[in-house]
Design a protein around this ligand. Structure first.
Ligand SMILES: CCCCCCCCCCCCC[C@@H](O)CC(=O)SCCNC(=O)CCNC(=O)[C@H](O)C(C)(C)COP(=O)(O)OP(=O)(O)OC[C@H]1O[C@@H](n2cnc3c(N)ncnc32)[C@H](O)[C@@H]1OP(=O)(O)O
Length: 356
């Protein structure tokens, strides 16, 4: 068996070199790159029958040392990655083209065609990634739409129920708000925990902290102050707290529902980003009144108080937690008021920019 040089054909793209070695049924292949030189050795069937074949090529520019090769019945295909994404003037370091080397016209492209091919490939990838995002987007919007719809229905029921009772029973309706609406309020506020989870999972573009302050603040008042103290449940303050909470939500949730279907109703947007200005401080004030009214009840009943060792006194009253909570409440009000103010400015600035 003699050692011969095979015919080798080449083509390039911006990031790769393709070599086609004209030997069929190749075996015992040893192909590697050392110091930017490709060494090829192998047995196979070429123009002069079954022989050993070998060649080497020193590349014009640096290439990656790892190569991919595949031997078929007709040829050996080699792919080498360029270190830099660029177009080469020729393949080898030596200016004169080796005699055994020629262009692979099946894969040959000039620079501008290769660029076009690259752009087409990128466009295809972008299209695929957009297409794969569409069902996920639909699912997300569907979930948010349903969530907002359920909340809207819940808070509307509370608001309408309280309004009708106010018209019919007038002041008397203040005293049984809890017994007539608490179940629905429990349901809506438990569900509202999703409002902390949604931004945490990246389902809505907003901060986790404002939602956490909002949901935890309300749930503390609802479950701890009203829910656990029967003495609080027939106080008029429940009416004011529930009325103020639901008054904002009957605008906020339909506003979100419309954003889920990429629709905007200007009046609703204005209401969502404006009526919190009087409602939020009033809501916090009503909640603060509820907390203050509950302090003597917690003190008298010792409910939720922590028993202490005798040397330190008998109980650590829950009223200390409530006093701390009152402070937190005003810090929460400040933080969320600032957040909502920023959201309002961002929203109306965006609209102005769109109008110009
Ligand atoms: C025991 C531990 C306790 C620890 C806490 C202690 C602190 C206690 C402080 C308590 C203070 C709370 C008082 C409060 O309870 C009183 C009241 O509620 S009174 C009634 C008036 N209240 C309000 O007006 C507040 C209403 N609530 C809110 O506005 C939100 O809950 C809030 C998190 C405060 C702000 O919402 P957000 O940050 O989401 O702003 P945006 O509405 O502008 O939304 C931003 C973008 O996200 C999209 N988004 C958001 N949610 C949804 C959704 N559910 N579905 C679809 N899309 C949603 C929205 O469209 C915006 O997108 P884009 O910018 O693209 O338009």
């Amino acid at each position: 068996m003699q050692t011969l040089t095979p015919h080798v054909f080449w083509a390039q793209r911006h990031s790769e070199i393709y070599l086609r070695v004209e030997i069929s049924d190749a075996k015992n292949l040893d192909i590697n790159i050392r110091e930017n030189v490709l060494y090829f050795k192998g047995q196979g069937h070429g123009a002069k029958g079954e022989n050993e074949y070998e060649f080497s090529l020193e590349f014009l520019n640096p290439v990656e040392p790892e190569i991919k090769h595949k031997s078929t019945q007709r040829q050996v295909n080699i792919t080498v990655r360029k270190q830099k994404h660029c177009w080469w003037n020729r393949l080898t370091m030596q200016e004169r083209k080796p005699l055994f080397l020629g262009p692979d016209f099946d894969r040959w492209l000039d620079e501008s065609d290769a660029e076009m091919e690259l752009r087409e490939k990128e466009e295809k990838i972008n299209k695929i990634s957009i297409e794969s995002r569409i069902p996920r987007d639909r699912l997300k919007k569907g979930y948010l739409f349903m969530y907002n719809l359920v909340q809207f229905l819940g808070f509307s029921w509370i608001f309408v129920n309280m309004t009708v009772r106010l018209f019919i029973l007038q002041e008397d309706s203040f005293y049984d708000t809890f017994h007539t609406t608490a179940d629905v309020m429990y349901f809506c506020q438990m569900l509202a925990i999703a409002e902390v989870i949604n931004p945490a999972l990246g389902l809505v573009r907003t901060g986790v902290m404002p939602a956490f302050i909002q949901v935890m603040g309300r749930n503390f008042v609802l479950f701890v102050i009203f829910g656990s103290l029967e003495e609080m449940q027939n106080k008029p303050v429940v009416f004011f707290v529930f009325y103020l909470w639901s008054a904002i939500e009957i605008f906020r949730y339909p506003f979100y529902m419309l954003t889920c279907i990429d629709t905007e109703w200007k009046t609703l947007t204005w209401l969502r980003y404006t009526i919190w200005i009087p409602l939020y401080p009033l809501g916090v004030l009503a909640e603060a009144v509820a907390v203050i009214q509950s302090i003597p009840i917690f003190n008298d009943t010792k409910f939720l108080s922590i028993p202490l060792p005798e040397t330190l006194g008998s109980f650590l009253s829950f009223s200390y937690v409530l006093q701390l909570y009152l402070l937190l409440m005003f810090l929460g009000l400040y933080s969320n008021f600032r957040h909502l103010y920023k959201q309002r400015r961002r929203r109306f600035r965006m609209k102005k920019r769109k109008a110009n």
